[in-house]
Design a protein around this ligand. Structure first.
Ligand SMILES: [Zn+2]
Length: 230
């Protein structure tokens, strides 16, 4: 496997509570972590700021849902691994209002900071979860820098940022750079390579029905088929 595979998850909870929308069962995540930790080095997103090992997998979790923070950190810890979580700084402890009628609870600061204390990475996911590429540069600056200040105020030192809905433009890149961010995650599909802009790295979205064979297909086979134009 060449390049860095950055996986994108959202909720991690039982189907009875979280449904299928943006969710994987805790047992599914455990199978993913077991499978990948036996074959690949697992890294946090911040490690991409300085080192590029060209063969590693990074698990990222957008929004820091309550279900995610309850289940994911301990699953990684079972395998002596760590993951990267992106809470929405202005909505921590409330609910994912941007999911409309599918809104679910977001973990509070106590839970987020506990995960950090146990070695997981906490990054910036803006203050209000806007589509950054549809607001002005000044509004983008406010979203990124106010979230940064909130995280710093909680004793965190964020160096990675994850763009809500994966949306970004040229203004976003200059805003995040000005705020000192070294790694930015989009939702452009694919495996990240050293040639990619470190502030706009691609990810692979993982869904409810992604069994281990499907994950393997998405991580290894599909990128190869794409390269061949198939
Ligand atoms: Zn999000």
């Amino acid at each position: 496997m060449s390049g860095i595979t950055i996986l994108c998850y959202h909720k991690v909870g039982p189907i009875a509570e979280e449904g299928r929308f943006l969710n994987v069962e805790p047992s599914t995540l455990r199978q993913h972590v077991r499978f990948i930790s036996r074959r690949n080095r697992i890294i946090c997103a911040k490690e991409l700021a300085h080192n590029w090992t060209d063969s590693a997998v990074c698990f990222t979790f957008d929004d820091a849902y309550e279900s995610t923070m309850e289940n994911a950190p301990r699953i990684f810890e079972e395998f002596q691994q760590r993951a990267t979580f992106f809470p929405v700084a202005g909505l921590v402890g409330t609910s994912s209002v941007w999911d409309a009628e599918k809104a679910r609870p977001l973990a509070d600061w106590k839970v987020v900071l506990e995960a950090h204390k146990r070695g997981h990475e906490i990054g910036n996911h803006t203050t209000n979860h806007p589509h950054l590429n549809s607001i002005s540069k000044e509004e983008q600056l406010h979203e990124v820098s106010s979230a940064h200040q909130t995280l710093v105020g909680q004793g965190l030192v964020p160096v990675t940022i994850c763009y809500p809905y994966g949306g970004y433009n040229e203004d976003t890149l200059s805003v995040v750079q000005a705020n000192g961010y070294a790694v930015g995650l989009s939702l452009r599909k694919g495996v990240a390579s050293e040639r990619d802009d470190r502030l706009a790295l691609p990810r692979i979205a993982v869904g409810y029905s992604d069994s281990v064979p499907m994950l393997f297909y998405k991580m290894v086979m599909r990128p190869r088929l794409r390269k061949l134009g198939l």
